[in-house]
Write a protein of this length. Structure first.
Length: 280
């Protein structure tokens, strides 16, 4: 039978998913996509109030479910606690979505040292920390997925939320953010090369402009420029990043690892660059 005839090619039903920064923005969009496709989702963010509210909202939406485990991902001890609590509830983790992140916009003359500490810690270092601590659960999921000809049939998945700012130089000044996301992209590839042998894939979604709190100021002051430099002439919709994450977690992407998917409406390949349009 052709693989295209398999009815469960994009199925994530009953998979256990952990999403950091999952209470709002892109993280909430990803959590929503998994819940409406039947997954059991755990979300984490610093605000217990926001986490609980989002978890309740998405569980009502169903048919999957959503649970909150609030944690401050800047802190090593909080990452340890997050994984400990998850391990007390679940014996496997099928999908880890490293989404929590911070941005910092400042001119090259004024950018403080503290920006680098905050942004690199959350966007890169803690991605490694959480992935490292989650390995027993991810390995258990890979084993549970079974084998076909001695190869893991349904790998566990790591999905890292990166940025197009790691793939091209932008006209605005976000030095720590761009560098941290470039480091994240390469970390994701390194994890793919190391963990693929154990049945764990690692891929990155490099997001372009979406209507989120992090992007609110940029969209307010430069939306016309962004649209003119984007071939598909709009910003991204929440369900589009959610759908991409579901694809990466589904059987359809079981043979994909080490990839970086630019989800930017063609901004990286547009004939008009952001810098050129800004000068018009």
């Amino acid at each position: 039978m052709s693989s295209f005839a398999i009815p469960n090619l994009f199925n994530v039903k009953d998979k256990v998913v952990l999403i950091t920064g999952g209470s709002r923005g892109i993280g909430k969009a990803i959590a929503t996509a998994f819940v409406v496709n039947g997954a059991k989702v755990y979300i984490s963010s610093r605000s217990a109030k926001d986490c609980d509210a989002t978890a309740s909202e998405l569980t009502v939406l169903g048919p999957g479910s959503c649970f909150a485990i609030p944690a401050d991902m800047q802190k090593y001890s909080e990452v340890e606690r997050l994984v400990k609590e998850l391990s007390e509830k679940e014996s496997t983790l099928h999908v880890l979505v490293n989404n929590a992140g911070a941005a910092w916009g400042e001119t090259i003359d004024d950018c403080p040292d503290s920006a680098w500490t905050k942004v690199l810690t959350l966007n890169t270092q803690r991605v490694f920390t959480l992935t490292q601590k989650s390995l027993p659960l991810l390995r258990a999921a890979a084993e549970l997925g079974g084998f076909e000809n001695g190869v893991h049939k349904d790998p566990a998945r790591i999905i890292n939320i990166g940025s197009v700012e790691a793939l091209s130089v932008q006209s605005h000044e976000t030095y720590a953010y761009a560098a941290s996301k470039a480091a994240l992209h390469h970390l994701s590839r390194t994890l793919a090369g190391r963990l693929g042998w154990e049945g764990i894939t690692s891929n990155t979604i490099a997001c372009g402009p979406f209507e989120t709190k992090m992007m609110a100021h940029t969209l307010k002051v430069a939306s016309d420029v962004i649209l003119e430099s984007t071939p598909l002439h709009r910003v991204g919709k929440p369900e589009e990043v959610g759908g991409t994450a579901v694809f990466l977690a589904s059987p359809a992407a079981a043979w994909m690892t080490g990839a970086t998917i630019a989800l930017d409406g063609g901004g990286l390949v547009g004939m008009k660059t952001f810098r050129e349009v800004a000068k018009l």
